[in-house]
Design a binder for this molecule. Sequence first.
Ligand code: FES
Length: 314
Amino acid sequence: MARHIMLAVRRIIPDGPDTNRLVLQDPDGWPLPKWKPGAHLDLQVPGIGPRAYSLCGDPATQESWEIAVRCEVNSRGGSSWVHDVLRQGDVVAVTMPRCTFPIAAEASRHVMIAGGIGVTPFLAMAHEFERRGVAWTLHLLARGGPPCGLALAGLAQSGRIRTHDTARQARPRWDELLDGGPTVGLHAYCCGPQAMLDGFAEATRDWPRGTTSIEHFVPPPLPAAEGAMQYTLRRSVTGAEMEVEAGGSMLKALRMLGAQVDASCEGGICGACEVRWLEGEPIHRDRVLSPERRRTHLLACVAQCASDRLVVEA
Ligand code: FES
């Protein structure tokens, strides 16, 4: 199961409407492991389970990790626990950061489009782009005051942040946000509510493959599993097997076979349940694995199978 590390909540900084930024440190002051911009961690919420939050501080800082949590009206329990229960000085359990929304290293220009609290991964990326000296622009669309305004102020001298208060002005057109792209060297990113992600996907539909990236907050509807069939699932480590019906959960089946497989979103967007597959024909329905990675790995919470047998390394 997920290995957790215990971190102390050193500061809770109100930073924007209904938004608290948490500064987490090792309780004894040891430096924290490095992480990649765009990474997120799972915060273990007592009695509820893991909740994923993007790291939003400067990735070069190993003194602390930062996450920002907006108190959602329809909270499933995670954000209200952070706002109503968690206090400065408490110790929390978190997983190691996992990056499913990486910087496109080959691009020379980066346009990031955020909706509300979707700005969090871009704060970390912006620090990294500044350090690398590459061109970047961050568009933040929010109603009223922006989330993480204080954190954004630390990047304001770059002159590369555009905030759009959609309560006071018309929402910018996609071609304005996308910097007239696609053009050579440009990579566009989007993180925000589903309607914004759908608009982004539509606006960039004809862009060359690999020049856009999307980060989901909540799992979108799963695509159909064309060709899914009943199969024998086998753990290579123990040889244990069981039959899984077409449409059944591979994650549940692996756990029934005694495998320790992590999970967080259970909707194919966080990467926690990744396992290596060795034989068979998986049907991938996740939103994060690259075509290359899918040749060797699958996400068990959403994967199905198009062959009568599947062997996974677990
Ligand atoms: S649990 Fe998040 S991708 Fe499977």
